[in-house]
Design a binder for this molecule. Sequence first.
Ligand SMILES: [Zn+2]
Length: 397
Amino acid sequence: MVRPERRTVRDLRKGNRAVLLRTLYFAGPTSRHELTGLTGLSAASVSNVTGDLIADGVVVEAGLVESDGGRPRVLLRVDPEFGYAIGVDVGETHVRVELFDLDMNERAKADHPLHPSRHDVGLVAEHILSGIDAVLAESGVDPGRVLGVGIGVPGIVESGPEALIHAQTFGWDAVPLGTLLRAGTSLPLYVDNGAKTMGQAELWFGAGRGTRHTIVALIGSGAGASIITDGITYRGANSSAGEWGHTKIEFRGRACRCGGRGCLEAYIGAESILARAGMPAGTVDEQAVLAELVASGHPVVDETADYLGAGLANLINLFNPERIVIGGWAGLLLGQHRMTRIKQAAAENSLAQPYETASIVLGRLGPDAVALGAATLVMEEFLLGRTAPAASQPTAS
Ligand SMILES: [Zn+2]
């Protein structure tokens, strides 16, 4: 038997609270009058809910603004110090932990180098936990005001309390990172793929801001994409969606590090570009060598721009995005020097109509926004009303 849905007054108020909080967070200082227009809520609802948010300390007054003929209006904003979010970037060569206030200003940072060939999960978990302690100590922030810890990792993350991670390049096969961390911290944990966290950072604060149908294509040693449809990251059945680097660009083509052949990554990933240019495998400083190759005008670079454009065309035909953001250190480098060629190849290989409506732009946050993106996982939960600082819990009624 299907129970009729019963929305109580309490549910309604909770929903209105989430809508108002999100609007205030992204719009910045806003008057109650503007909030009515932006949210479609009645003036009475806006007044009630903002009253609750102010009483709970989430929202504060932020000065006055003149209104046409009437009394000046009070501006409201989310108090950046109401809570804090910790973001963690587990990369090939480092574990970076950063603590942000609600405006995403970085308040403290801790870096632990990792040997590129040693990614023992116990060691990584230890670095994360000591990094959390270090940023709390450096910032002087009360742990009771921390909303949670977002963690960006390589590979595929199965959502759930264990946060099982499958990362071939790290030699991680169903590694329970969540369980390992749980032994050392009671803060809420949110683990996701690093490319997806970067994608969310570009969507919220970077080149994707203001869009709803966006793809963030990240190219470093490998390649991946974060596909955002209607403002939400598309994950698929087991959170592995967006493995764009392993879509095929050439049937039975070059061998890929996933074990397959002809993958896009085997042509546009930095490691593969260098190999195609005849550079010895395992080059120590991939970034410097690729920068030199791009500057020298090596024919492999033009060819890579063509493959990249064709890869973007596949995304355009499949998803009809309004914007594609190219990021990742190798993506930024290629985009800065070969954007015209990349766009040309994208145009040649996509259907005319979806190509016309898609803009292709470079990321704005640089190659190091994984920790910031990971912190947005925490913010997302907060804005939905699903987490609050432990120190503020008793005031909610
Ligand atoms: Zn592959």
